[in-house]
Design a protein around this ligand. Structure first.
Ligand code: PLP
Length: 282
């Protein structure tokens, strides 16, 4: 595999980052994951915009322009022959003598690599639906910044696996925040409910597009907190993320949601999302 690190395209075993990198020592870094379908990038502009916001919130310099970033994404997709897959991008504050305060001068470290995922848009889970469990949300309070500090979501995934489920929805003060690596939704009748934007959740790029398409299709969208009890009583549930697109959720804590099979609204949104985003891919 060819990877990109600090201005160079290298075979993965030759790419190196300092042991003093603050990404490694403090999780002082941010990331983005962009899907590739048919060799093209899905919603690159959305990811580039959120990347800049994450960097700004952490007063971290961006070592590349948006045009350069697009070029690097495209070159890695080409070099690795990616038809369907992902491009992972990470920027950390860089290497500095270990100190909690941000160093005055550090050169950011930028790393990109690809992951091939043949048939990414035809996942069997889209047909069967996911099983989720509910767990307490024990993450830090700035979930709107897409940092590489992902240990609690990893723990959540392991809790889900141990319970025979596919993922976990996190609950804070009685209300669902989001999934371990996705935004969470329920559907009641023709109304789609998902948590409002704030510091409690990541502002999903897929979320923004899906809510836009839902409104354009005359569906009703309510952006507000909802409970696990509401989810269990919903007609449908689903999640969104850049790599899963729109994915049905059919079971919560061992109880079926609605009919226990992927719902009609979810299926329609998935279809619209994939159609529209493929057309707009770059
Ligand atoms: N919420 C969390 C915690 C995530 O980690 C992610 C994606 O990684 C999302 C939501 C979905 O965001 P996006 O649609 O931009 O992939």
């Amino acid at each position: 595999r060819t990877v990109y690190v600090n201005g160079e395209y290298l075979p993965e075993d030759q790419a190196k980052v300092s042991v003093f990198d603050r990404g490694f020592l403090f999780a002082d870094g941010v990331y983005e994951v962009t899907s590739v379908l048919g060799g093209k990038l899905i919603d690159f502009a959305g990811h580039a915009k959120r990347l800049q916001r994450s960097l700004d919130e952490l007063q971290m310099a961006n070592p590349v322009t948006e045009d350069e970033l697009l070029e690097i994404h495209r070159e890695l997709v080409r070099a690795n022959g990616i038809e369907d897959g992902l491009v992972y991008l990470q920027i950390t504050r860089g290497a500095a003598d270990r100190d909690f305060a941000y160093p005055k001068e550090a050169t950011p470290t930028i790393v990109l690599f690809t992951q091939a995922k043949p048939g990414l848009a035809d996942s069997p889970l889209a047909k069967t639906g996911m099983k989720v469990i509910s767990i307490e949300d024990q993450r830090w309070g700035r979930r709107d910044i897409k940092t590489v500090q992902l240990l609690y979501p990893s723990m959540g995934k392991m809790m889900a696996k141990a319970a025979g489920a596919d993922d976990a929805w996190m609950v804070e003060d009685g209300h669902v925040t989001e999934g371990t690596s996705n935004n969470a939704y329920i559907v009641k009748g023709n109304t789609i409910v998902t948590r409002h934007l704030g510091t409690e959740i990541l502002h999903g790029i897929t979320r923004a597009a899906v809510l836009r398409f839902a409104r354009e299709a005359q569906m009703v969208v309510e952006e507000r907190p909802f409970t696990i009890e509401e989810a269990k009583a919903a007609d449908e549930a689903f999640i969104t993320s850049a790599s899963a697109f729109v994915m049905p959720v059919v079971e919560m804590d061992g109880q079926p949601i609605g009919s226990g099979t992927p719902g009609r609204v979810t299926a329609r949104l998935r279809e619209i999302y994939l159609d529209e985003m493929r057309k707009a891919a770059v």
